[in-house]
Write a protein that binds this ligand. Structure first.
Ligand code: G
Ligand code: G
Ligand code: MN
Ligand code: NA
Length: 253
C-alpha cells in the first residue's frame, strides 16, 4: 500500500482525529478560540503527526477530502459545545492551497456550514501568503467567503511572499505571527523588532494579531508589552483531544 492509498483508506476507516489547541486572551487568560489540527490515529503505529502525512496529502490531492473532513468535524464539535452551553468560541481551520484552488470551495464550505448548523462568525479559515499569489482569483474567493460571514486569518505571517497591500485588498480579520519569529524574540533583537512591528502594523490596519509558538513567560511578557492581545502555544496548552479540551472548558466555566 502506498502512503497515498493508506491515507485514503484511513479516511474511510475514520482513523483521523482533530486536536484543538487553545488560543488565549493575553489579558484575561481566557480561552477565546482553538485551532483545529489533524492527527492520524493509526491502528498499529499510534498517533501520527501531520508533518508525516500532510505533505503527501498535499502532493496527491487527498488533502481536499481530508481538509473537508477536518472542517466538518471542527464545525460539528463547535456546535456540540454550544449546545452543551459552553461559551461561544471560535475555531480556526487550516486551508490547503489545493482546497483553495478548487472551483467549488465556496459551495463546499456553505454546505458544511448548513449541514453542521455552524454559526459562520465563529469559523476562521487560516490561509497562507503563498495561496494569494493569483490576486484576482484570491480577491474573488476570499470575498465570497467573507460574504458567508466567515473570518480569515493569514497563517505563518511574515514567512511567505507577502505583499502588505494584500492585507487591505483581502479584508483579512487576523494575522498569525509565525512561530519562527516568536521563538527567538528574547535572544534576537531583529526578531523582537519584527514581531513588535507586525503587531503595531496590524493594530493600525484594524486587524487582530495572534502570536503562535509561545513557550515561555518571557515571550508572553514581551508580547504583552507590545500590546499583542492573543497567543497560542505550549506555554498555555498543547493541541488537545476534544474530550480534554471540553474538561478544561467545563472547569474554567
Ligand atoms: O499540529 P502540528 O502539530 O504538528 O501541525 C503541523 C502542520 O500541519 C502545521 O503546519 C499545520 O498547519 C498543518 N496542519 C495540521 N492540521 C491541518 C489540516 O487540517 N489541514 C491542513 N491543510 N494542514 C494542517
Ligand atoms: O501554523 P501551523 O498551522 O503550522 O501551526 C500549528 C503547529 O504549531 C502545530 O504543529 C502545533 O503543534 C505547533 N505548535 C503549537 N504551539 C507550539 C509551541 O508553543 N511551540 C512549538 N514548537 N510548536 C507549537
Ligand atoms: Mn495554522
Ligand atoms: Na503557523
Amino acid at each position: 500500500l502506498t502512503l497515498e492509498n493508506s491515507i485514503r483508506k484511513a479516511l474511510q476507516l475514520n482513523e483521523f482525529v482533530v486536536y484543538y489547541q487553545p488560543q488565549i486572551d493575553i489579558m484575561t487568560g481566557d480561552i477565546i478560540g482553538t485551532e483545529a489540527l489533524v492527527r492520524w490515529n493509526h491502528p498499529t503505529l499510534g498517533l501520527i503527526p501531520p508533518a508525516k502525512f500532510i505533505p503527501i496529502a498535499e502532493e496527491t490531492g487527498i488533502i481536499v477530502p481530508l481538509g473537508e473532513w477536518v472542517l466538518k468535524t471542527a464545525c460539528l464539535q463547535n456546535q456540540v459545545w454550544r449546545e452543551k452551553g459552553l461559551a461561544p468560541m471560535s475555531v480556526s481551520v487550516n486551508l490547503s492551497s489545493r482546497q483553495f484552488s478548487k472551483h467549488d470551495l465556496v459551495e463546499t464550505i456553505e454546505e458544511i456550514l448548513r449541514e453542521t448548523r455552524m454559526d459562520p462568525q465563529y469559523l476562521e479559515l487560516e490561509i497562507t501568503e503563498s495561496m494569494t499569489m493569483n490576486v484576482d482569483v484570491a480577491i474573488e474567493v476570499l470575498g465570497k467567503l467573507k460574504e458567508l460571514g466567515i473570518h480569515l486569518c493569514i497563517d505563518d505571517f511574515g514567512t511567505g511572499y507577502s505583499n502588505l497591500y494584500y492585507l487591505k485588498l483581502f479584508s483579512i480579520d487576523r494575522l498569525k505571527i509565525d512561530r519562527s519569529f516568536v521563538r527567538d524574540i528574547m535572544t534576537d533583537s531583529n526578531d523582537a523588532d519584527i514581531v513588535a512591528t507586525i503587531i503595531a502594523m496590524a493594530y493600525k490596519l484594524g486587524i487582530d494579531a495572534i502570536a503562535e509558538g509561545v513557550e515561555t513567560k518571557d515571550q508572553l511578557d514581551f508580547l504583552r508589552s507590545q500590546n499583542c492581545h492573543e497567543v497560542q502555544g505550549f506555554y498555555y496548552h498543547q493541541p488537545l483531544p476534544a474530550e480534554q479540551l471540553e474538561q478544561l472548558l467545563m472547569k474554567s466555566a
